[in-house]
Design a protein around this ligand. Sequence first.
Ligand code: GRF
Length: 202
Amino acid sequence: CRVVVLISGAGSNLQAIIDGCDDNVNADVVGVISNKPDAYGLIRAHHSEIDTSCVIAYKNESRSEYDARLLAAIDKYQPDLIVLAGFMRILTDEFVSRFIGKMINIHPSLLPKYTGLNTHQRAIDAGDSEHGASVHFVIPELDSGPVILQAKVPVYPGEDASVLAERVHEQEHAIYPLVVKWFSLGRLTMTDGNAFLDGELI
Ligand code: GRF
């Protein structure tokens, strides 16, 4: 399974996936694409001798123009799976539709709760006793595709959002490589907007 990972920043999830693929003969990270030239994840990719591309948005470029260039960069790698790992751009419906069932994302909340940004603070403000992360298939609607796997963490009274975020992040590093592994083994599919593991509705 040829995997392309899209990033914008630190790339700690990218690292977890690279490490996971080292132990998984079925999956290979063949390319890492960033929209930010200074994303630390690009350095991680270099350390692992993985090819990288940077697709930086031009000033005044439309979303569809950008996505066309992103698509060209992705197509070069002929991937079976596109992994969004902290890629901080909203993608056009047209782009997403091109990769239905082949593109996954990780979101730092227990979806369907808290789509969008500032999820940790929102969970604290709501007084939630648990919070976490979700890996889901990507559909045009933001953070709304079928959930594949979630990890939960408790929210401790008086806890700071940054501390909570760190604990959620640790869980992300556990679940994302596992989902990539499932996909690479052909165990994971999406049909009619639903996710299936080994043919069972998730
Ligand atoms: C993670 O919190 C992920 O849930 C969100 O972006 C962050 C990426 O972190 N989508 P990293 O770049 O993988 O360290």
